[in-house]
Design a protein around this ligand. Structure first.
Ligand SMILES: [Zn+2]
Ligand SMILES: [Zn+2]
Length: 563
C-alpha cells in the first residue's frame, strides 16, 4: 500500500511551505489531505484505479492530479520542487518542541540556520537571542526542546518496535526445527521506549537460522554475522541482534538478555550469597549446572517466584518474589473491552459498527465509543444534537446485535475555564464520560482536571499528563493532587495506548495504584487496527504492578452499566 508514503509526502510539503512562510490555507490543505489518506481503510491504488480519488475528503482536483502522477510514474514533481527548495536537514528541525515554524523561518532566513549544528551555534553565540521577539524564556525552551529531541533520537517508541518484532518473529517461526522464539531486552520488559532489539531463537543448528534471517526483506544493512549471532539494521537505523541458543541453555540466555541490568546485578549478588553462579548458559553450583533450559529454573534455584519481565527493574520485585508476594498481574485474557475509540462521527476513520466488529473479534464484551466534543473543531467534534443522534444510533445497534455491548460515551474537552464542553444533563445520558485536556496546557491544568474528576458524570480522565514521547513534556500539572481527587471521587485515570502517548506511564500508574486509584486502558483508536495497541497499555499496567481489580477494563458489562 502506498497510502503511508503519499500521506508522508503531503505532510512534508506542508512542513516546507510552513517554513517558507506560505499562506496557511495551502499548508492546511496538504495537512488535511495527508490525514485523510492516512485514515483510509482502502488501498489508495484501488481508489485511484476506480477513479474515486475525488471522493476522499479534502482531495480536490489539484491534489488528485499529484496522486495520479505519483501512482503512474513513482514521482511527484511538485513534491520534488517544494522539498528541494530548502536544505534537507532544515525540515527535521520542525520536530523540535518549542521551536515553531515562524522562529525557524526567521533563523533560516536571517541567520542561515540549516541544520541542528547551526541551530546550536546560534543559541551558543547569542545571535538567535538578538532576533526580534526572542525572550530569554523562549531561548531556554528551545534549548530544552533540543535536549529532548537528542535524548529521543537513539530510542524509538515501544509502539513502533513491538509490531516490527512481531513481524520478524512471525517470519522466523517458518524456519524448520526452531523451538521457542522470544524478544528479550526492553521489548520483553515492555519499556515505553526501546534502543536495540534482541531476539532469541531456540535451535540446535544455528547456521540455517542465521542464513534465513540474513535474507529477510526488512533488513537494510548487515552489521555483523557470526555462527550463532547476527546484527542487522532494519527500517533505516534500528539495530536488531539475533541470537540462536541451544535448548538446554535457552532459559538462562532469555533471563540474561531480558535484563534489566539492575535486576540482573541484584540477582547475581543473591546467587553468589547462596553459593551459586548465574550466566547466560545456566545456573551453576560449583562446576555443576543445576538449571538453564527454562527461565523458571534460575528463579526457582534461588528460592523465589518466577518474576514477570515487566517487573524486572530492581524496584522491589526481587524481595517480593523471595517472600512469594509478587502481585498477580493483569493478563490480556482478563480484559473485557476498550473504553476509548473514535469513529467517523468525529475524526475516526470507521463506522461504529466496524469498531464494534473489531472489538467482538478481539473477544471483548464491550466497547466505549468516545468521539470528540463540540469545541474540538479540528477533530469534527459532535454538537449536542449530533451526540444525541449518536446515542440513538448506538441504542439501535445494541438492539440488533448481542455479540457486544456498545457503550455510548464521549471524550469531552475540559475547557480553558475549567467547565466541561457539554452540559451535565447531556453527560448524564451517556454510559461513559472521558474528560480530556486538549488545549490550554499551561492554564491551571491541575484545578481544571480536579474539577473534571469531581463532576459526578465523569468516569475517566484521559491521557492525564499530556506528554508525547520525544516531542512534548506534557501539561504543567500536579499529578499527585489529581490522583488524590480521583481516589476521592472514584474517577479512573486513563492508560492511553497511543504509541506516542503511553500516558500514564509505568511509574505514575504504580503510584496511582498505591494510592488506591482505578486505571482504565483506552486505545484511543481512530481506526479498527489501532485497537490492537491495547497490549501496549496492558504492558504499562503490568509494569505499574496492576492486578485485575485495579483495571476497569476487567469489569463485566453489567457492573460497568451500574457504575
Ligand atoms: Zn484526547
Ligand atoms: Zn481520543
Amino acid at each position: 500500500m502506498k497510502n503511508a508514503v503519499i500521506a508522508e509526502m503531503f505532510d512534508r510539503m506542508a512542513d516546507v511551505l510552513e517554513l517558507k512562510g506560505e499562506i496557511s490555507f495551502k499548508v492546511n490543505a496538504y495537512r488535511r489531505a495527508s490525514r485523510a489518506i492516512q485514515n483510509l481503510e482502502e488501498d489508495i491504488e484501488t481508489i485511484w484505479n476506480e477513479e474515486r480519488l475525488h471522493q476522499i475528503p479534502g482531495i480536490g482536483t489539484g491534489l488528485a492530479k499529484k496522486i495520479d502522477e505519483y501512482l503512474r510514474t513513482d514521482h511527484m514533481s511538485k513534491y520534488d520542487e517544494i522539498v528541494q527548495s530548502v536544505p534537507p536537514e532544515l525540515v527535521d528541525l520542525l520536530h523540535i518542541q518549542n521551536l515553531g515554524p515562524k522562529t525557524l523561518a526567521v533563523a533560516y532566513q536571517k541567520l542561515h540556520v540549516e541544520n541542528l549544528e547551526d541551530l546550536k551555534k546560534v543559541l551558543e553565540n547569542g545571535s538567535l537571542a538578538q532576533l526580534p521577539n526572542m525572550g530569554e524564556k523562549k531561548i531556554e525552551n528551545i534549548r530544552k526542546g533540543i535536549a529532548l529531541r537528542e535524548k529521543g533520537r537513539e530510542r524509538i517508541s515501544l509502539g513502533i518496535a513491538l509490531p516490527l518484532v512481531e513481524r520478524l518473529i512471525h517470519e522466523l517461526r517458518k524456519i524448520p526445527h526452531v523451538g521457542r522464539i522470544y524478544p528479550a531486552g526492553s521489548v520483553r520488559r515492555m519499556c515505553e521506549t526501546v534502543g536495540d532489539i534482541d531476539i532469541l531463537v531456540e535451535a540446535e543448528e544455528s547456521e540455517r537460522v542465521i542464513d534465513t534471517f540474513g535474507s529477510f526483506s526488512e533488513i537494510t544493512r548487515m552489521i555483523s554475522r557470526g555462527k550463532t549471532k547476527s546484527s542487522v539494521l532494519i527500517e533505516g537505523d534500528l539495530q536488531v541482534d539475533l541470537r540462536v541458543i541451544p535448548r538446554d541453555s535457552f532459559g538462562a540466555a532469555l533471563q540474561y538478555f531480558t535484563g534489566s541490568k539492575a535486576h540482573n546485578v541484584r540477582l547475581r549478588r543473591i546467587a553468589k550469597k547462596q553459593g551459586c553462579q548465574i550466566n547466560e548458559y545456566g545456573i551453576f553450583r560449583g562446576e555443576k549446572k543445576i538449571g538453564g533450559a527454562k527461565e523458571e529454573d534460575i528463579y526457582e534455584a534461588l528460592g523465589m517466584q518466577w518474576i514477570p519481565p515487566e517487573l524486572r527493574e530492581d524496584r522491589g520485585e526481587i524481595d517480593l518474589a523471595m517472600e512469594s508476594r509478587l502481585p498477580d498481574l493483569v493478563e490480556l485474557y482478563d480484559i473485557n473491552g476498550d473504553f476509548h475509540v473514535h469513529t467517523r462521527w468525529s475524526d475516526g476513520s470507521a463506522s461504529i459498527e466496524k469498531m464494534a466488529e473489531k472489538a467482538a473479534a478481539l473477544g471483548y464484551h464491550f466497547i466505549g465509543i468516545c468521539d470528540h466534543s463540540q469545541s474540538a473543531g479540528y477533530a469534527n467534534g459532535l454538537t449536542p444534537e449530533r451526540i444525541l443522534e449518536q446515542i440513538r444510533e448506538i441504542e439501535r445497534l445494541n438492539t440488533q446485535n448481542n455479540d457486544i455491548c456498545i457503550l455510548a460515551g464521549t471524550e469531552v474537552d475540559i475547557l480553558a475555564d475549567g467547565r466541561l464542553d457539554y452540559s451535565d444533563d447531556l453527560l448524564a445520558r451517556l454510559n461513559i464520560v472521558i474528560a480530556a485536556v486538549h488545549s490550554g496546557f499551561k492554564k491551571r491544568v491541575t484545578e481544571r482536571m480536579i474539577a473534571a474528576a469531581r463532576n459526578p458524570h465523569v468516569t475517566i480522565l484521559a491521557h492525564p499528563t499530556g506528554r508525547l514521547l520525544f516531542q512534548r513534556e506534557g501539561y504543567i500539572v500536579d499529578l499527585e493532587q489529581v490522583i488524590r481527587a480521583c481516589v476521592d471521587t472514584g474517577t479512573a485515570l486513563e492508560i492511553n495506548c497511543n504509541e506516542e502517548r503511553l500516558d500514564l506511564n509505568d511509574r505514575h500508574i504504580r503510584f496511582a495504584k498505591e494510592q488506591g486509584a482505578k486505571l482504565a486502558i483506552g486505545t484511543d483508536a481512530h481506526h479498527p487496527h489501532q485497537m490492537d495497541y491495547l497490549r501496549l497499555g496492558l504492558g504499562m499496567a503490568r509494569r505499574g504492578c496492576c492486578e485485575k481489580k485495579d483495571v476497569l477494563n476487567c469489569l463485566s458489562v453489567n457492573t460497568l452499566r451500574s457504575h
